[in-house]
Design a protein around this ligand. Structure first.
Ligand SMILES: [Ca+2]
Length: 195
């Protein structure tokens, strides 16, 4: 009887944990690396979890800044390349200048599979606040294996203006197998008591 009870409790808790983990809120993680670029300074300030520090690029002329290349923590290998299974990204940046001349942002993401490169552009975004790109909101799949990405900012004036990226995060997802393994582990731990 004890064995049967343990079996049913283990099964029930596994299922509950599996689905609760599937719909849990996003786990945001910082980049592993932000590649240095000659036109940017203090690049690592965009991954120090401090909203008062920032990576900076001052550039003049109408057009896009040079990109920052941002690499996530890579925890899954597919086809010999390491990726992060990623549910989305978010950034916190300055929208600045006298008339918000730095006002547009663009992100290009290198992903595994046929898409190869996905991108999104914002005509504007909130100043020094979070902007999220949740992949579930797109017409594409809900998660991607992300290798690296590029972020750009746009200057609408010929004057020199500063792009400031305060923070950047990746939404860390879990594969079906990883969630199943975690749910079984959790259920086993919870079932270790006497009836
Ligand atoms: Ca920072």
């Amino acid at each position: 009887m004890k064995a049967i009870c343990r079996f049913y409790i283990l099964t029930l808790t596994s299922v509950l944990f599996f689905f609760s983990s599937a719909f849990a809120g996003t786990t945001w993680v910082s980049p592993e690396t932000i590649a240095p670029d000659a036109t940017w300074t203090d690049e690592d300030n965009a991954k120090d979890d401090d909203l008062d520090t920032y990576a900076n690029s001052s550039f003049g002329g109408v057009g896009w800044s040079r990109p920052l290349m941002i690499i996530p923590p890579l925890n899954i290998n597919k086809g010999g390349t390491d990726y992060l299974l990623c549910s989305g990204v978010r950034f916190n940046a300055r929208r600045g200048g006298a008339s918000n001349e730095i006002r547009k942002c663009k992100i290009e993401v290198n992903v595994f599979g046929d898409e190869g490169l996905i991108e999104r552009e914002w005509a504007s975004y909130p100043n020094h606040n979070w902007t999220e790109w949740n992949f579930k909101d797109t017409e594409l799949d809900s998660m991607y294996y992300v290798e690296l990405l590029y972020i750009y900012f746009y200057n609408t004036t010929s004057a020199t203006r500063a792009a400031k990226l305060y923070e950047f995060d990746f939404g860390q997802g879990a594969s079906f197998d990883q969630r199943l393994e975690r749910s079984l582990d959790s259920a086993l731990r919870r079932s270790r008591y006497d009836f």
